[in-house]
Design a protein around this ligand. Sequence first.
Ligand SMILES: NC(=O)CC[C@H](N)C(=O)O
Length: 230
Amino acid sequence: MPQLKIGLLAIQGAFIEHRNLLESAVEQLQQEQRQKKQNSKDCYSVEAIEVRRGDQLTEDLDALIIPGGESTTVAKFMQQNGLLDAYKVWFSETNPRAVVWGICAGLIALSDRVVDMKTGGQTLIQGLAVTTDRNFYGRQRESFECQIELKPVEDISDCNEYFPGVFIRAPKILSIDKPESVRVLATVNSYPVAVAQDRILACSFHPELTEDPRLHLVLLKMVLRSRGEL
Ligand SMILES: NC(=O)CC[C@H](N)C(=O)O
């Protein structure tokens, strides 16, 4: 049984929530595959691991989830544990299978440009051609929930119902700086809240705090595509 190995940067919890949603997403993937071709042998399973050290970013790791929390802590944690250098190798063109998903603080860390950075600056991972305001919603209201509209793009098979949006001191994607390569997957009032570029997925809200696995399924499909299996 082919296995999808997904790592979660283990900074501030949320591991169980992500593992549960990855398991629901893989079940949906199996259902979709069964509907498409009967007797499919490609019955995937998912293994979720907590990533704490650079040497865990190996070639057999299909994806890394950079969770929400505090973007300054994310980069510091990565620097202190040899993860930033290891990430650069793991995510480089020498390993074209690797997929990364930045959630909230993870989106900030992956953004090419960040507005309202920490005083004195902060380390970014970069790679995603967007400009993000780090604390845009945080300053207005600490957290809120609203309905997110999913776009009918290739990896989203079911966009009929709103996605439950949980925003916590959320950043805002101010601009998409390479519209030819960044796809908008979800919006609120026509502003992008989830985007994808090549092997990068990013969102400004917290799907792991819902019971909706559709974004986790998007991640798994990106993984399959980068493995050349979809
Ligand atoms: N929920 C979150 O991840 C908040 C991110 C926070 N605005 C930051 O600066 O990192």
